[in-house]
Design a protein around this ligand. Structure first.
Ligand code: FAD
Ligand code: NAI
Length: 475
């Protein structure tokens, strides 16, 4: 006998578990199916984000940053340390404990909100009268029927053609978060978000890190003034980033990995490393869903086809997060999950794709929201830009972290903020003010007139707003 639900969510990552909680809050009898297993084979909801993404990467970034500060910054504060060392096994165990806290937290939240959780793989069986039959293959096989189905199956790392991940020498984000000892030489393919974050972790711990990037431009999606500043800082730290390369043969053996490539000048090169992280983007997870059984449309990239409201081609079937178009970010997945649950309830769920912030948790951090100067130039839109360097901010000087700047871009005629771009300390937190400002369609002058606490890094955002009108007070 099939178990009946109003809403069935397939996938328990940030898109799925949040959609399930919101659906349950709205009074729907909701099920959430997730197949991720912890080390003991038990459930580990939270998806890529919790298990091998956002959370564990930030745990390792924090540990490695403390180590880096202890080795390089503490001395300036008069703090002396003898015999500084890193216990990688302990660092990784701490990261695993942080992941488990999050897994347990999600299981608790699902229970608290009366979402029925199923541990196993969910797949479509057939359309039935007023809904869909979904099979769960797990410790216990189940048959469920849902009036509405939300697919939130996420994404997986893309491998280089013909070079599968062995997670020992050739690593995806999964293996990159479980390296047991600092490699002497580490290679990364792709200087995107994972390349920079993971490269930073192991560089800080002492690895000799080389990143090979196909594109000639560094961080093409970011504002190029910010990207240049970040590139300068990373290079100074010792991260070797080669742009405009063409990667050829990759050979993984017992001793290490060799990567043949052509550099930007067209010269043949070889990189020999102990471990290689491949971070060249991610592919949507749709295999195993049995989408063909119900005729769910999937595009040529493997993503489920949805409209702006996350409706698929099938009535009552929705899809959110990494498995659909748009940026592969946890907060984007969450917003879509909430909006879909609200739409199912007949409400007006809303996601503003123009104000989704991006954050890269390196040191300096990089964060932005809205348009870059390059995008505005391409659109032919008249704008004014103002920047304020952290070098001129009292709090940044006290922190001993003065790299970078806040840049604000506003419409030339209306002064409406069109984009805010930050490279520097706590950019991940500072960007929230810019998101709020843009959601409320604030002008640069609005921010310039708001009282910001002193001394704080956020004063740099106010000063960047003043800089739009060429009237900074502290620079
Ligand atoms: P996922 O988190 O991938 O979850 C999908 C879940 O569905 C998984 O648990 C999967 O096992 C399960 N599943 C798949 N198919 C089935 C099935 N048929 N049946 C049952 N279960 C199934 N984003 C940020 O915003 N900030 C960050 O700092 C950040 N850091 C990252 C660091 C790394 C190393 C990586 C790899 C990613 C990072 N991301 C970050 C991206 C973020 O992890 C994803 O955008 C986010 O997890 C997408 O959420 P989702 O719910 O769509 O999918
Ligand atoms: P990415 O899309 O950020 O970067 C991939 C990079 O690899 C690009 O610069 C691309 O030009 C390059 N590339 C592609 N093919 C190549 C090749 N054959 N040779 C050399 N370079 C090549 O993808 P990444 O880093 O794998 O991350 C995947 C996604 O995960 C990100 O786009 C982001 O959505 C998410 N993520 C978010 C984080 C955050 O929000 N802080 C952290 C980590 C990941």
């Amino acid at each position: 006998m099939s178990k009946q639900f109003d809403v069935i969510v397939i996938g328990g990552g940030p898109g799925g578990y949040i959609a399930a909680i919101r659906a349950a809050q709205l009074g729907f009898n909701t099920a959430c199916i997730d197949e991720w297993k912890n080390g003991k084979g038990g459930p580990a909801p939270g998806g890529t984000c919790t298990n091998v993404g956002c959370i564990p990467s930030k745990a390792l970034l924090q540990s490695s940053e403390f180590f880096d500060h202890a080795g390089h910054a503490f001395g300036d504060h008069g703090i002396g340390l003898k015999d500084l060392s890193i216990d990688v096994a302990k660092m990784v165990a701490r990261k695993d404990a942080v992941v488990k806290q999050n897994n347990d937290g999600i299981l608790y939240l699902l229970k608290k909100n009366k979402v029925t959780f199923f541990h196993g793989r969910g797949s479509f069986v057939k359309a039935v009268d007023g809904g869909y039959e979904i099979a769960v293959a797990g410790a216990a096989n189940e048959s469920l029927t849902g009036k509405q189905v939300i697919v939130a199956t996420g994404s997986s790392a893309r491998a280089m053609p013909g070079v599968p991940f062995d997670e020992d020498r050739v690593l995806s984000n999964d293996g990159a978060l479980r390296i047991g000892a600092v490699p002497k030489k580490l290679g990364l393919i792709g200087s995107g978000v994972i390349g920079l974050e993971m490269g930073s972790v192991w560089r800080r711990l002492g690895a000799d890190v080389t990143v090979l990037e196909a594109l000639p431009t560094f961080l093409g999606a970011a504002d190029q003034q910010i990207a240049k500043e970040a590139h300068k800082a990373f290079t100074k730290q010792g991260l070797k980033i080669e742009l405009g390369v063409k990667v050829g043969d990759i050979k993984a053996g017992k001793k290490g990995v060799t990567v043949a490539y052509t550099n930007a000048k067209g010269e043949a090169q070889e990189l020999a490393v102990d471990k290689l992280i491949v971070s060249i983007g991610r592919v949507p997870n749709t295999t195993g869903l049995n989408a063909e059984a119900v005729g769910l449309a999937i595009d040529e990239r493997g993503a489920i086809v949805v409209d702006g409201d996350c409706r698929t081609n099938l009535p009552g079937v929705w899809a959110v997060g990494d498995v659909v178009r748009g940026p592969m970010l946890a907060h984007k997945a969450e917003e879509e999950g909430v909006a879909v649950a609200e739409r199912i309830a007949g409400q007006h769920g809303h996601v503003n794709f123009d104000t989704i912030p991006w954050v890269i948790y390196t040191s300096p951090e990089i964060a932005w929201v809205g348009k870059t100067e390059q995008q505005l130039q391409a659109e032919g839109r008249a704008y004014k830009a103002g920047t304020f360097p952290f070098m001129a901010n009292g709090r940044a000087r006290a922190l001993g972290d003065t790299t970078g700047m806040v840049k604000m871009i506003a419409d030339a005629a209306t002064d409406e903020i069109l984009g805010v771009h930050i490279v520097g300390p706590m950019a991940s937190e500072l960007i929230a003010e810019a998101v709020v400002a843009m959601e409320f369609k604030a002008s640069a002058e609005d921010i310039a007139r708001i009282c910001h606490a002193h001394p704080s890094l956020s004063e740099s955002t106010k000063e960047a707003a003043l800089a739009v009108d060429k009237r900074t007070l502290n620079f």
